[in-house]
Each structure stands twice: as C-alpha cells, then as structure tokens.
Design a binder for this molecule. Structure first.
Ligand SMILES: Nc1ncnc2c1ncn2[C@@H]1O[C@H](COP(=O)(O)OP(=O)(O)O)[C@@H](O)[C@H]1O
Ligand SMILES: [Mg+2]
Length: 444
C-alpha cells in the first residue's frame, strides 16, 4: 500500500494488527457515503496506538479514492494564538484536499502559512470553488478577526464537501488540547478554554463527521460531556490480542534486529499485556545488549524500562503521574494510588480507602482528591461514583512503586525482580501447557 501521509510509526511495515479496529472504522468510514456515521471519539492513554491507527485509516481511505476525502490534523502541545491555529488548520485541510483530488503527494509539503500560494495552486488545479474559500479566509485573517476566521475555517471541510457533494472524514488527533493550548489573544494570556464547544453544530453534519482522539481520557471525556453533550460516540482503544502481539513481536525483532526465542515471544506478549508501546519500547530500549532471547534478558530490559531514569516506559507514565501530583502533591494521594494499584484486580470503595489508609479527611474532600486522580488517568472510576480502581496494568504498578514507594513504604528493588520472575514463570508454564496441548508451534 502506498503511504500518502507520512506516518509517525516510521517504517510502514512495522504496523501490525488492529484488525478489529480497522474493520470497524473502515466500515464507519464507508458509511459516511450514506451520511450515517456519527462523530466519534477514540480514547486511550498516550502511546497505545491511536495515531498509528488513525494515520493508517487515513492512508487506506486516501488510497481507495472513492469519494471520501480524508483530513488529518494534530493539535500541538504548544501555546498558540487562535489566528495562527486557524490558519494552519485551514491550509492543512486545503493542501490535503488538493493532494487527494490531484493524487500529487508534493502538496502535503507546502507551507501552511501562505494563502496566496494555496490560491494559485487551487486555480492551477482547476478548483476555483476552493480558491474562493481561500480568498475569504485570507481576508478574514488580514482583518485580524480571529474568531470569525476560526468559525469560517472550522466549517470549511463540510462546506467544501457540500459544494462538490463529496464527503470528508475529519480526523483530529489529541483533541482535548484544543481547550488548553489555544489563546484568544496574540500575547497568549486568555486561554480559549471552551473552544471544543465551538464544534457543537459542526460535528453534527454527517457529510463531514469528526473522528477525534485523545490521550487524556478523563480530561477529554469530561470536556466532551460538558461542551459537546451527546454529540460523540466513545470508543475505548484496548490493547491488542495475543495473536497480534505475537505477530508484532516477530516483526519488531526482525526489523529492529533484536533476537527473540520460542520461549520469550509469548513471555513478551504476556508481560506487556498486548500494549503495542511496551512491545516497541522493549525492542528499542537503551538497555545494553539488545537481546530478548532469554527470560533473564527480557526481565532485565523490562526493569531498565520501568525503573531507570531514561526508560521510556517510565518516562511516559511519569508524565501522567507528575501531572496528577502537581495539582495534588500529597502523600495521601500517593498512598491511594499505591493501594488501588496493589488491588487493581477489583474495585474499591471510598469507605475502604478511608478505613484502610486512615485518611484524615471528609468524604467530600476525598472524593475531590480522587476526581483529580481519575481525570489525570492514574486511577479509574469504578461502576459508580463511589468505586475506584487502579490502572489495570502490571507495568504501571512497577513504575509507580519504583518512583514513590520508598517515600510511602519500604521499597526493595529486589521485590520487583522477584515479581517479574514470578509473572514470567507463570507465563512460561502456561505457554508450555498450551504447547503441550496443541503440539509444537511453528519455530521462530
Ligand atoms: N498497530 C501498531 N503496530 C506496530 N506498532 C504500533 C502499533 N500501534 C502502536 N505501535 C507502537 O506504539 C507507539 C505508540 O503509538 P501511537 O500511535 O503514537 O500512540 P498514541 O497515538 O495512542 O499516543 C508507536 O510509536 C509504535 O512504536
Ligand atoms: Mg498520538
């Protein structure tokens, strides 16, 4: 398959699996033709494969070329004035649209600053209607009226679709950032903290539905509930199944040139619980040796990734933890996370937390504290407002304890090695049993 939009994954051959999700979203995309697909939000923590999935969906849709124009835009994590943001959004759409219609990849690379160049190209490619949109945006921009520029450009994808009776698939990655990094004024002092709400009507047009993704699950779902109630369907992206994890491990082993063995393939699949980023991180680890062919090597690499300062798995989780602890930097919050994480196989009530941890605070203070942790994605809400749960991820548990446990309880890194060993032995035993049952698996 041809890669039109450059994919962040790097070598396109690395992309593995996601069969269920691709089938679902390709069908969803196909239904846009009949204008029956509702705007959807894909939610999952950072590095779980949203961008990889969305960019692949983009390229497949582009390649198919059957009347649905894909548009991919990622909201950046830097402070921006809304005028600049709107201009970049608009020109990104314009160039992706022209690239789609002309099948010329070079248009992906044009500057997202310059209206007159876009205007010239639209005319050269015989898209005069598009050129009119460009002139209108340019004059709104020149007049310095950023709000009306945003209103205009936000609706451009669906208006263009309407004009030509085409459809547009609007993919907006890291959508939750729209309420945090865009400012009403050039000096960037007035945050546009309700900008997501401007999509209230835009996202209802079925000729150009939105497919947004967000890595801050608690935060994005709250914003969508408050500002765009009932407008989005939620889709939680899960880890990949074991068969796809196995395929991914073999592919990474081959392309990254790191050896694995018959025993360690299911071990890696089990220990990472099918999280594609964890699998990638083991193969790209800075741990010396670059070898995942023995049980010891796998455990050592995993320990490095979870405990060492430069471990990428630790780095990703620390971003979430630091954010939560910035607003709630107290030892009780840490003890709560630790307790829930230890009992992550079940939901825990507020009463149990207060009792077991002897928390000196009222129920409503505790509820507030827990809400912050839920919104920062380092604990989860249970079946009701009264229940909470640790992140169901054995690796997060280790990262968190590695960083905070010595502050809260005595912590011995050897315990962790022992736990990894115990888990690994269980997985290996299980693997032998399966192999016994089904005969030898194909050799690696
Ligand atoms: N389907 C996949 N096939 C292979 N690797 C993947 C896949 N999905 C994710 N990855 C790996 O995980 C990393 C993080 O994925 P990414 O799509 O950037 O996550 P997110 O957008 O959710 O933060 C990628 O850089 C890649 O190494
Ligand atoms: Mg992403």
């Amino acid at each position: 398959m041809k890669t039109w939009l450059k994919e962040k994954i790097g070598n396109p051959d690395l992309f593995t699996g996601r069969k269920k999700e691709l089938a679902y979203f390709l069908n969803w995309t196909d239904r846009i033709k009949r204008e029956i697909s509702v705007s959807t939000a894909i939610l999952s923590r950072r590095k779980t494969g949203k961008t990889a999935l969305l960019q692949r969906l983009y390229n497949i849709t582009f390649q198919k070329d059957d009347g649905i124009v894909p548009f991919y835009f990622e909201i950046k994590e830097t402070d921006q004035w809304i005028g600049e943001f709107a201009r970049e959004f608009f020109l990104t759409f314009v160039y992706q649209y022209i690239a789609f219609r002309t099948r010329k990849m070079e248009y992906f690379l044009y500057s997202k600053e310059n209206y007159s160049q876009a205007n010239k190209i639209a005319r050269k490619e015989k898209m005069d209607y598009l050129a009119r949109f460009i002139s209108d945006a340019e004059s709104a921009d020149r007049n310095g009226n950023a709000d009306s520029l945003w209103n205009m450009v936000r609706d451009t994808p669906r208006m263009v679709a309407q004009h030509t009776d085409e459809r547009v698939l609007q993919i907006i990655d890291e959508f939750q950032l729209i309420n945090r990094f865009i400012f009403w004024d050039r000096k960037k002092t007035r945050q546009a903290d309700n900008l997501a709400g401007s999509y209230l009507h835009t996202c209802e047009y079925m000729n150009a539905p939105l497919l947004v993704a967000g890595s801050w699950v608690g935060w994005l779902s709250r914003d969508l509930d408050e500002m765009l109630p009932g407008r989005f369907q939620f889709h939680y992206l899960e880890n990949i199944p074991e068969s796809e994890a196995t395929e991914m491990i073999l592919k990474y082993s081959h392309l990254e040139d790191v050896p694995v063995s018959e025993d360690t393939v299911p071990l890696i699949a089990g220990i990472t619980e099918g999280n594609p980023f964890y699998i990638g991180a083991l193969f790209r680890s800075k741990h010396p040796g670059r070898n995942l062919a023995t049980e010891e090597a796998v455990i050592e690499t995993l320990e490095f990734e979870t405990l060492h300062k430069v471990g990428r798995i630790r780095g990703i989780w620390m971003e979430y933890v630091t954010r939560a602890m910035r607003t709630s930097n107290d030892v009780h919050a840490k003890r709560i996370v630790l307790y829930l994480s230890k009992h992550r196989e079940r939901e825990v009530t507020r009463d149990e937390l207060r009792e077991k941890l002897v928390l000196p605070m009222s129920d409503s203070d505790l509820e507030r504290k827990l809400k912050i942790l839920v919104e920062a994605d380092i604990i989860e809400q249970g079946r009701s407002n009264f229940y909470y749960r640790g992140v169901p991820d054995n690796i997060f548990d280790k990262v968190f304890r590695g960083v905070y446990a010595d502050e809260i309880e005595t912590f011995d890194p050897n315990d962790m090695t022992e736990e990894y060993k115990a888990l690994s032995e269980k997985l290996l035993r299980n693997n032998k049993r399966i192999r016994g049952k089904y005969g030898r698996l194909s050799s690696f």
